[in-house]
Write a new protein. Sequence first.
Length: 355
Amino acid sequence: MNRLRSIVYRLVRTLCALGSTLVVLLGIACALLTTGPGNVYAADSASDCNPAPQGVAELVTLREKFHGVRGPLAEFDPCHRSVDLSMHSKLFGPKVEGKPPLVIIAHGGGGLGKLEKNLAMALNREGVATLVFDAYQMNGFYQGYALFGSQVSNDARQKMILKTMLGAYQWASTHPDIDSQRIFLQGVSNGGTVVLNMAGLVDPRYVKGVFAEGSPQAGLGFPDTLKVPVRMVNGKLDNYAGLKQEDYMWARNAPCRYIGRYALAPVGVAENCNRQKNPELFSPSPLEWSEQQKAKGADIDIWFYDQAAHGIMQGPIDRKMLTYGTDMTTFSWTGSEQSAKDKLIKDMATFINTH
């Protein structure tokens, strides 16, 4: 079915490119297939598929209503139902000469949701292709935000996202429909920490920049060395998982006991700051870490946004509280005003168009 849909998409896209206006229905088809997420099926044939084997990963209880993951983790599968490669909008976006650049979006701790889809659609309208997927579903977990939003450890979530993100990047670097030498990575929250680690792994011939929003050190920690430019994105009101209202994500030092090492991650904070080594110490905050990177000559900057909390593209500001497990209640404000959303997309589009 994916193969048939892909063939139909390519046929209609070709007719759209030729400017056919013979029938209204074709115009509608062009609009549907070139404006926003959901318009391209990633894999062209069954041979591209890479489904996870049975029992690929298993949830383990760490304490009541709080879990980790053990066992082998799934690879990226371009045929998985959560995968959506969306091309740029030809009706509402700028004219793109040749193949479009691509932004691969790593979802946050709750899984693929509204935030990632809102971002993908906005970038499509700026002439940028996007790729989204759900790493948890690829590992056989379909419980969604109810479980993964607050009942699974950061390092377990980030390990699943990182392994599939690596595969997505490798797959995209050979995709015939995108400019493989202008790939960008974006992630929010746990996804932000993942793309920061990706910045220490990727080949700069293909990846031209990373956008990491609201990224915690808790989980895998941050890398020691960056191979590509990084832009840290932060809402000024981002207190997600904070114990106090003004416990802002970008200024927060994570306890080393909340950080775990992972073989696929680059060398970084987790080497000497983890639950086995120096668990009583704290990591540098994202702000402190970015200053350390600047001092080493890295191409890194922090973008702050007014009237914005965690997950700028999520929706309006929601001043909510969130309980981790059964006994850790935190401030967890999300969303932003429209002005912050507009500025973020403009800033990202400008960066992409100049790199």
